[in-house]
Design a protein around this ligand. Structure first.
Ligand SMILES: Nc1nc2c(c(=O)[nH]1)N=C([C@H](O)[C@H](O)COP(=O)(O)OP(=O)(O)OP(=O)(O)O)CN2
Ligand SMILES: [Zn+2]
Length: 126
C-alpha cells in the first residue's frame, strides 16, 4: 500500500528529430509547449499528511526554467529530444538532485508535447 502525488510543470522549447527522414515534419525545427508531470510515492505519510510537500518540488521548476525553457533542446541533451528521451533525462536529473532531499520516491515522469501526445518513463526499482 502506498500513497501517490503528482505535479505538472510547463516549458516552451524548440527541437528537431534529425534521424527521421527529411520528409517527416518533425525532422524540421519546430516548437512545443511541453507539460512535464511527475508522480511520487511513499509508503507512509510525513507530517502533516504529505507524501512530500508540493513545494519541495520547486527545484524541478527551477531546473526546467533554467535549462530547457526557450532552448533548442538538441543543444541541451545529448540524445535526440523525443518525449521519451526527455522524460528519462528529467527523471535522472530529479533522482540525482531532488529525491535525496525528500521523503518520497519518483515513480514516473510523463512528457506531453501536445494535449494529445505524451511519453512516460517509469523509474526502475530493484
Ligand atoms: N513516440 C514519439 N513519436 C513522436 C515524437 C516523440 O517524441 N515520440 N515526436 C514527434 C514530433 O516531435 C512532433 O512534433 C509531434 O508529432 P505529432 O503528434 O505527430 O504531430 P502534431 O503535434 O502536429 O499532432 P497532430 O495530431 O498530427 O496534429 C513525432 N512523433
Ligand atoms: Zn516535436
Amino acid at each position: 500500500m502506498s500513497y501517490r502525488i503528482g505535479k505538472s510543470f510547463t516549458f516552451d522549447a524548440a527541437h528537431c528529430l534529425p534521424s527521421l527522414p527529411p520528409e517527416h515534419k518533425c525532422s524540421r525545427l519546430h516548437g512545443h509547449t511541453y507539460t512535464v508531470e511527475v508522480v511520487l510515492s511513499a509508503a507512509k505519510l510525513a507530517s502533516p499528511g504529505f507524501v512530500t510537500d508540493f513545494g519541495e518540488l520547486r527545484p524541478l521548476r527551477n531546473y526546467l526554467d533554467a535549462t530547457l525553457d526557450h532552448r533548442h533542446l538538441n543543444k541541451v541533451i545529448d540524445v535526440e529530444p523525443t518525449s521519451e528521451n526527455l522524460a528519462r533525462h528529467i527523471a535522472e536529473w530529479f533522482r540525482e538532485h531532488v529525491e535525496p532531499t525528500i521523503p518520497a520516491s519518483l515513480e514516473m515522469v510523463r512528457v506531453h508535447e501536445s494535449p494529445t501526445s505524451w511519453a512516460e518513463y517509469q523509474v526502475p526499482r530493484s
